[in-house]
Write a protein that binds this ligand. Structure first.
Ligand code: PLP
Length: 388
């Protein structure tokens, strides 16, 4: 099979060959249960603990502050529901309207249980103003949950300011860093983060593994009942190969975090410049300044995303109309609605998310394919309108 031009790295990434190589012995040789006391169990445990140290190093955290999970969704659920259950007297929660469903859904569930869920306003770039957080913090605020980087439009939030405000007011601060971990530097101490969610499959580790950073001193109710794994914080036999893969992917990502961020930012700006020069009626979504290096998101006026995606696929290009979770839906995404993009324009949304395989030649080909198809589709819809 000829490899496609893969521009959907925010949906998932391939497992890096070095990550796979690191994982393989943990399927067949070091296969023991990491809780066991004999040799193969201890070998598995060593792999897990090395991974824990690697994650802790990357976040400037301590190893005992890392809890391994099955991915970003579980980490978000564990943080939010665990914090609510552990602090029953605080009933007010602040979040943004552009969070991933893995945050919105558990928070809406808490709302049904009587919690007071309040949405912070976002500007037309999707940014939360820390002053708005300050004004809304209350004596009964349980937690603030604001994502580090948005999965659709790539906007990056001022996490340090929000975290500092929360710490001053003794309010828990959770951030979903699923899209940013391994791509943007994160220092949980400097950024005053209490809880942070991350996921392996966005950074060349396998699907089904992730972690939650829980600052020492923060109490969460047990989310997954069962054995005493993860210091009693999450029951269940550990996914040792997945965790080892996440550790290796974390190490590799952080070795090149600055150079890769620079390379992708340059490609992103190069693409945006050519895109707006080549195709009329393009609206770039998200912040130009505070943006994920790998995120290209725009709406094409007068065309729908779906036929464009099909045309790109036929040309060997994998792209997305928004978040992977919204794929297949004809409704404009909640993120685009929150930043004020009209329903009509949102229908032409396209997200290209770059990664290690992305180069200028692939982007040039994507742009040319896009230009031809947008032109054809606009012409067709003009002809159809003339007939009707
Ligand atoms: N949070 C964000 C911002 C995401 O982009 C995703 C996945 O796309 C998730 C959470 C869920 O992560 P996972 O797929 O590991 O459950």
């Amino acid at each position: 099979m000829e490899l496609p031009i893969y521009l959907d790295h925010s949906a998932t990434t391939p497992v890096a060959p070095a990550v796979l190589a690191e994982m393989l012995p943990y399927f067949t040789e070091r296969y023991g249960n990491s809780s066991a006391l004999y040799g193969v169990g201890m070998a598995a445990r060593e792999g897990v603990e090395q991974a824990r140290e690697r994650l802790a190093d990357a976040l400037n955290a301590a190893p005992d502050e890392i809890v391994f999970t099955s991915g970003g969704t579980e980490s978000d659920n564990m943080a939010l529901r665990g914090a609510a259950e552990a602090n029953p007297l605080r009933r007010h929660i602040l979040t943004s309207p552009i969070e991933h469903h893995a945050v919105l859904e558990p928070l809406e569930r808490l709302q049904h249980l009587g919690y007071n869920l309040e949405f912070l306003p976002v500007d037309s770039d999707g940014r939360v103003d820390p002053d708005e957080v300050e004004q809304r913090l209350r004596s009964d605020t349980l937690l603030v949950s604001v994502m580090h980087a948005n999965n659709e439009i790539g906007t990056v939030q001022d996490i340090t300011s929000i975290g500092t405000l929360c710490r001053e007011r003794e309010v828990l601060f959770h951030t979903d860093a699923v899209q940013s971990f391994g791509k943007l530097p994160i220092d949980v101490r400097k950024m005053r983060i209490d809880l942070l969610s991350l996921s392996g499959h966005k950074l060349y580790a396998p699907k089904g593994v992730g972690a939650l950073y829980v600052r020492r001193g923060v109490t969460l109710a047990r989310f997954m009942e069962g054995g005493e794994q993860e210091r009693g914080r999450r029951g269940g036999t550990l996914n040792v190969p997945g965790i080892v893969g996440l550790g290796e992917a974390t190490k590799l990502a952080h070795e090149q975090i600055n150079s890769e961020s620079e390379r992708l930012t340059e490609l992103r700006e190069w693409f945006f410049e050519r895109l707006t020069a080549t195709i009329d009626g393009v609206r770039i979504c998200g912040s130009r300044l505070n943006r994920m290096p790998n995120n290209i998101h725009f709406c094409l006026k007068g065309v729908q995303g779906e036929p464009i995606l099909l045309a790109l696929d036929a040309a060997g290009i994998c792209a997305s109309a928004g978040s992977a979770c919204a794929a297949g839906s004809t409704e404009p995404s909640h993120v685009l609605r929150a930043i004020g993009v009209s329903r009509d324009i949102a229908r032409g949304a396209l997200r290209l998310t770059m990664g290690s395989s992305t180069d200028r030649a692939g982007l040039q080909y994507t742009l040319e394919t896009l230009a031809i198809n947008v032109c054809n589709l606009r012409q067709l819809s003009g002809e159809l309108q003339a007939v009707v």
